[in-house]
Design a protein around this ligand. Sequence first.
Ligand SMILES: [Zn+2]
Ligand SMILES: [Zn+2]
Length: 279
Amino acid sequence: MDSCGRSQRRVLPESASRAQQTLPPRLSRVNGWSKPLHGYQAVSWAMFVTLALAMFGIFIPMLPGMWKNIVYGVSGGMLLFHVIVYLVCVSIDPGEDNVRRKKIYSEPVPTFDRSKHLHVIEDLYCCLCRVTVSEKAKHCRACNKCIAGFDHHCKWLNNCIGSRNYWWFFSSLTSALAWLLCVVSILLYIVIQHHVDPRVLRTDPHYQNITSQDTWLLFLPYFHLKAKTPVFVTIAVLVLVLDLISLLMIGQLFIFHLYLMSNGMSTYNYLNRSRRHSS
Ligand SMILES: [Zn+2]
Ligand SMILES: [Zn+2]
């Protein structure tokens, strides 16, 4: 403890290359909706909208009998849950209590002056936010404010992940993974059934007027967009590939966070430990 009664804690020294990148005065970001928005956000939204349109518009209507309604309900519920936890996670301000209480987001943050300070946070005081912070706080460069229980800055959510929104983040990850697994199961069933017995996929009443087995109806029951077998198969393969890529990315992130939790670490601790080992 120092003379002010504060425990001696400093953030880890930043590398020389990063030291030159002192931030210019600018506004702190509140949450994932604050500008600047990130390109990864748009990519993730486009990916989920494409998958949802393909599943609810093309593939689920092909399922036979009662299965169609069951899958509509289950996968629709899973996707709705994911969207809710995602929106909560993006909308939460992960800032430290003192930052949220005292900081005025409309005022520019001062530039970090290395001639006066070695570290942004010294003795649990942030010289940029100008507030005392808790032990696990870290000043995020992207958000330009101190984050409570800092874990990492997520470009996909365009928000910091800390103690205030970590479980929303993990729930978002888990629900996305569960929905993507549901999607891949439906797609694999359709692809296999298409080879085994395509008639099983043509039980919708709108197929009564279609004589050619080579013609498929997309976006039932509202639109009856006709497509030939090669087009239908191409869409199924493209959606399957998109789903598998998403599954791989989110799956490895999910396993990584399970590993961190089982070892009582944050992403920030893990990266610092890796840097120390490699140097
Ligand atoms: Zn700060
Ligand atoms: Zn951040």
